[in-house]
Design a protein around this ligand. Structure first.
Ligand SMILES: [Zn+2]
Ligand SMILES: [Zn+2]
Ligand SMILES: [Zn+2]
Ligand SMILES: [Zn+2]
Length: 450
């Protein structure tokens, strides 16, 4: 066994211990087997290889956690000397052939950005004279600068131009903030399994969802291992006490699924969950997390950090993320209210590819693939019924009359696929035996009596 295998298996077992430590809903704990843990570790080591190769180059990478940690040391407040130098480099071409008065206006316009606490009125006057309409009171400062560039004729939007590179650095420096928390950017299966905190936590329940790993009555938590085993999903989260390792596995304070194929320039940011659970609509943290992830990815790939972001649902690029075959999780990104975002980076604006999200999960008992809940149908102790249509074990069966006129018991899936309820005789009958809204038998009876 190599180091990463040992590490990953240990990480998963620790996460399981942590997850069930403070909850009294522990019935699935004893079913979690080495077959499950070993396969999950092996599968994710393989499937997340591309993301791991990229993330490992980050100065914030933590090999033991299999995550990048973005914190106060990795972030900083704007360096205004750098802001000045970048703005000056960008606008220098406009100073050629300019008279002393115009040069003075350009210098004062630059000071609007590099000396934010000093004489703003004189700087705004200079901007208004150089580039009417560029300035507006609540307009984003990088956009004001961009409008000045446009007006002075220095903008060069061709991909990879010096202008693009310098402008991206300028905009980043202007809006950078030193953060006072730790943001974990993880590909660790331990963090996927524990993506939603346990239900019935004796410390008080928070950030639970249908993905909570100690639910047996809901089926979507299959998606925990289903996200872990796909290629391009990673989980971004904060924890109640980052210095207390168990809280990474049992007390997350926010979490969000992102998906990114390395060197492809297309980022998906799914629904934000915070201490209250799943959120709807725009959230301030979401914007901050996205900004930090974008900076990180661009830095890792060595390209200008220029992204265009829009709402995923109904996006104008026709970008569509399919769920992978067998994925049994809740597809948050596809619901409009949950406000998933896509961002497209300038260097791949015309050649990015979409990809699938999620795949089969694993049965916690035998380690086989499954698409529903925590157990495969063979291991699910609730499955003591037998479907006479598909001849599989199932949780519950329904009485129907089949096409041979025999009364049989079928599972919910077969019922849904092949049968329809006749309001007249109050029986489930084969769908293809319906005339209008009644079954053939009732229809024939009607014709006789008519
Ligand atoms: Zn099983
Ligand atoms: Zn069936
Ligand atoms: Zn069945
Ligand atoms: Zn009928």
């Amino acid at each position: 066994m190599n180091n990463l295998q040992t590490l990953t298996r240990n990480n998963i077992w620790n996460a399981v211990d942590d997850y069930f430590r403070h909850t009294y809903s522990t019935e699935v704990r004893d079913d979690i087997s080495a077959a499950f843990v070993d396969r999950l570790a092996d599968d994710t080591i393989e499937s997340k290889r591309e993301l791991r190769d990229l993330f490992r180059q980050s100065s914030g990478w933590n090999e033991n956690l299999q995550a990048i940690i973005i914190n106060g040391t990795k972030t900083h407040n704007p360096d205004y000397i750098l802001v000045h130098n970048l703005a000056n480099s960008i606008l220098t071409p406009a100073k050629h052939d300019a008279d002393w008065r115009k040069i003075d206006l350009i210098d004062r316009a630059i000071s609007f950005f590099s000396r934010p606490n000093n004489q703003p009125d004189s700087y705004i006057d200079a901007i208004n004279e150089l580039a009417p309409h560029a300035y507006a009171p609540r307009k984003k400062r990088s956009r004001i600068f961009k409008a000045i560039c446009d007006s002075l004729g220095v903008t060069d939007n061709s991909a990879g131009s010096d202008f693009q590179k310098l402008f991206a650095k300028f905009a980043d420096e202007l809006s950078t903030r030193k953060i006072d928390f730790k943001l974990f950017v993880s590909i660790n299966p331990a963090h996927f399994l524990t993506m939603s905190n346990p239900k019935d936590d004796e410390r008080g329940t928070m950030l639970t969802s249908c993905h909570s790993f100690n639910y047996t009555d809901l089926q979507y938590n299959c998606g925990c291992s289903g996200y872990a085993r796909d290629k391009y999903t990673f989980i971004v989260f904060t924890a109640a006490d980052p210095d207390n390792p168990e809280t990474l596995n049992n007390r997350k304070t926010s979490r969000q699924i992102f998906a990114y194929k390395p060197y492809n320039g297309l980022l998906l940011q799914s629904r934000l969950y915070n201490t209250n659970g799943g959120t709807c609509g725009n959230q301030a943290e979401s914007k901050l997390y996205r900004d930090l992830i974008q900076r990180e990815l661009s830095e890792l790939e060595g390209v200008p950090n220029l992204w265009q972001t829009e709402r995923y649902c109904g996006n104008k690029h026709g970008v569509y993320f399919r769920k992978g075959e067998g994925f049994g999780g809740y597809c948050d990104w596809s619901h409009r209210d949950f406000n998933a975002k896509i961002s497209i980076r300038a260097d791949h604006a015309h050649d990015f590819q979409t990809f699938e999200i999620g795949t089969y999960g694993l049965c916690i008992s035998c380690g086989d693939e499954t698409s529903e809940g925590l157990y495969c149908s063979g291991c699910d102790s609730d499955e003591h019924e037998f479907c006479q249509e598909c001849e599989e074990r199932c949780r519950e069966t329904f009485d129907v009359i089949n096409s041979y006129g025999e009364r049989i018991h079928v599972c919910a899936a077969c019922l849904d696929e092949h049968y329809r309820f006749c309001e007249r005789c109050e029986e489930y009958r084969p769908k293809d035996e319906f005339v209008d809204s009644v079954c053939r038998h009732c229809h024939e009876l009607e014709e006789v009596s008519a």
